[in-house]
Design a protein around this ligand. Structure first.
Ligand code: 3HC
Length: 284
């Protein structure tokens, strides 16, 4: 794998992926269609790096080099990227439009990866002329911290593509698992969404307070955070999209989104992104 990586979408996941790639020596092009988003992402990354400097994990010079490697780019600069990671909104048509444009812009030998957390890789690959070079590369939030990457094969993803992104993930000091079949939710979200749903139903049914539900799972199962706090962290709008997609694909009540989640999302309470979700956050 060459050293030029482009990340499309500078939200929580895109900026986290860009951060970790730049930290591990890649030249990173970061793009977002919304003005100002890349600038804010770079500011957040600079603050994280500053913390690393204060803690003695990086020198000030290294932190500067990381920021120098991470540049805001325009579409036409993507032509020479070796790997593109799409991290835009979790909506199939939005992602398809991005993949169509990428396929026209980026050199034919480049790999086009998606950070989708549940959608079909095969369906996305079908809008390109290079389905063998399209693959799922699913990072977890917060991307600089979480060790796992799910690598998801589409129907036509080549062995060479899987090996290349596995080597890439390992170069970021991540552990990769290979999802051999392109199925909705892959491994983690297929397990996580029913956990979220059950915790939300327990809350809706008035069985316990949200704090006690989270405390029970945290201390009873040794999870770093409870499911309601984690649902806020991942973004309630994202969680709802994922549940609705899994429900539509599997026709199974295991994935039926609770009303409380729909109400919060409709009210614009999207978790940490807005400072409000199941919990209130003083900083978003
Ligand atoms: N970016 C970079 N670093 C971050 C960070 C971020 N957004 N958030 C936290 N960190 C770092 C902190 O700097 C700190 O590092 P340091 O102590 O070495 O400086 C370290 O992580 C621990 O952070 P905190 O001390 O602030 O807090 P905690 O110890 O409580 O850890 C947590 C926070 C890492 C978020 C931890 O609670 C955790 O692991 N939670 C579970 C997260 C999880 O399950 N994520 C997966 C979600 S599912 C998903 O993403 C799939 C999607 O498709 C829905």
């Amino acid at each position: 794998m060459e050293r030029r990586v482009a990340v499309i979408g500078a939200g929580t996941m895109g900026s986290g992926i860009a951060h970790v790639a730049a930290l591990h020596g890649y030249q990173v092009y970061l793009l977002d269609e919304q003005p100002g988003v890349v600038t804010r992402a770079r500011q957040r990354i600079a603050q994280r790096l500053q913390r690393d400097v204060e803690k003695g994990r990086l020198t000030a010079a290294e932190s500067e080099q990381v920021m120098d490697r991470l540049v805001e780019a325009e579409w036409n600069q993507l032509a020479d990227a070796d790997l593109v990671i799409e991290a835009v909104l979790e909506v199939m048509n939005v992602k398809k439009a991005v993949f169509e444009s990428l396929d026209r812009t980026v050199k034919p030998e480049a790999i086009l990866a998606t950070n989708t957390s549940s959608l079909s890789i095969t369906e996305l690959a079908a809008v390109t002329q290079r389905p063998q070079k399209v693959v799922g590369l699913h990072f977890f939030n917060p991307a600089p911290v979480m060790k796992l990457v799910e690598i998801v094969r589409g129907e036509e993803t080549s062995e060479e593509t899987v090996s290349a992104v596995k080597a890439f993930a390992e170069s970021l000091q991540k552990e990769a698992v290979i999802v051999q079949k392109d199925t909705p939710g892959f491994i983690v979200n297929r397990v996580l969404m029913p956990l979220f749903i059950e915790a939300m139903r327990i809350y809706e049914e008035g069985i316990a307070s949200k704090e006690d539900i989270d405390k029970a799972i945290q201390l009873g199962l040794n999870h770093p955070m409870g499911p309601l706090a984690l649902a806020d962290l991942t973004g309630l709008d994202v969680d709802l999209h994922v549940m609705d997609y899994l429900f539509q694909e599997f026709h199974d009540d295991r994935f039926a989104a609770p009303q409380v989640l729909r109400r919060l999302v409709r009210a614009g309470k999207l978790g940490r992104k807005t400072g409000k979700g199941f919990y209130e956050y003083s900083e978003s």
